[in-house]
Write a new protein. Structure first.
Ligand SMILES: [Zn+2]
Length: 270
């Protein structure tokens, strides 16, 4: 089978947080069933990455892997790295530390059982892991090697004050974890809500500007964001409130923006 180049070799880090739309912590309120074909979307993501000769790091929710093992297997078989996004997308700072450890372990095991591969990476749901040594120590103890849970911008739900743009190591009694932070360039821009609401030209400029400085930015998305016409598609099915806007507001289709961006920044040097 043709396997794309590892995402580690790409000039940006393509990542996807694999979860169901209902898992988002904004608290959307459904009016009717959403009927989303996740397996189809995952196949489209694999195809999108394949077109740009790259794989991605897929941070998969344990409960998603339980429900859609085939989709997760497909990602792994197509050369994407399966990393852990927790068990059920609860905000880490809201749950007792011990329970977080147990659930993270459980999620890691589900993913390893589904793919038959060791899981080395962790990204906390909604960047909600407190930036404290005990969390990193627990990750090292569980066998993780890297984390991508640091968001250098304080929002009402998540994030930190200090601007960290490059991967850094956290040394603990149980081992070393490399933290690969989401970058900001004045503002966050490289995924989710920010990626959706910024015009493409602005996003493009912010990426290019960081890369000129030798920084390799993470880009992140979610399966539901890759669907066409996000806003109109869900307008009748979900209560239109702030949660709706945070989850769906955007300029143009995210998948097309992703495609354009990958085209510009993942191109082979000839
Ligand atoms: Zn998530």
């Amino acid at each position: 089978m043709y396997l794309p180049k590892s995402y580690k070799e790409a000039k940006i880090w393509p990542t996807i947080d694999v979860e169901e739309l209902e898992d988002a912590n904004f608290g959307i309120r459904k009016k009717e069933a959403l009927d989303i074909d996740y397996e189809k979307i995952i196949m489209e993501w694999i195809e999108l990455c394949r077109r740009h000769h790259t794989s991605s790091c897929a941070f998969v929710l344990g409960n998603f892997a339980k429900k859609y093992p085939k989709a997760v297997k497909r990602l792994a078989q197509n050369g994407h790295e399966i990393a852990c996004h927790g068990l059920n997308h609860e905000l880490v700072y809201n749950i007792p530390f011990k329970r977080w450890v147990e659930e993270t372990k459980e999620a890691k095991k589900i993913l390893e059982d589904v793919t038959g591969q060791k899981v080395k990476g962790y990204r906390s749901p909604s960047w909600s892991m407190p930036f404290e040594k005990r969390y990193y120590e627990a990750l090292a103890y569980m066998g993780f090697k890297f984390s991508s849970s640091y968001f250098p911008f304080k929002t009402y739900m998540y994030g930190n004050e200090i601007d960290k743009k490059r991967p850094f190591k956290i040394f603990t009694q149980k081992g070393v974890i490399t933290e690969i932070p989401v970058p900001k360039n004045v503002i966050p821009f490289s995924g989710g809500f920010y990626f959706r609401i910024l015009p493409y030209a602005v996003t493009r400029y912010l990426f290019a500007d960081l890369m000129k400085k030798g920084i390799k930015p993470i880009i992140y998305t979610h399966p539901y964001e890759l669907m066409d016409h996000l806003f109109t598609r869900f307008a009748n099915k979900i209560k239109m409130d702030t949660a709706f806007l945070l989850t769906f507001a955007g300029i143009g289709d995210t998948k097309k923006k992703f495609d354009k961006l990958m085209d510009e920044f993942l191109k082979e040097k000839s």
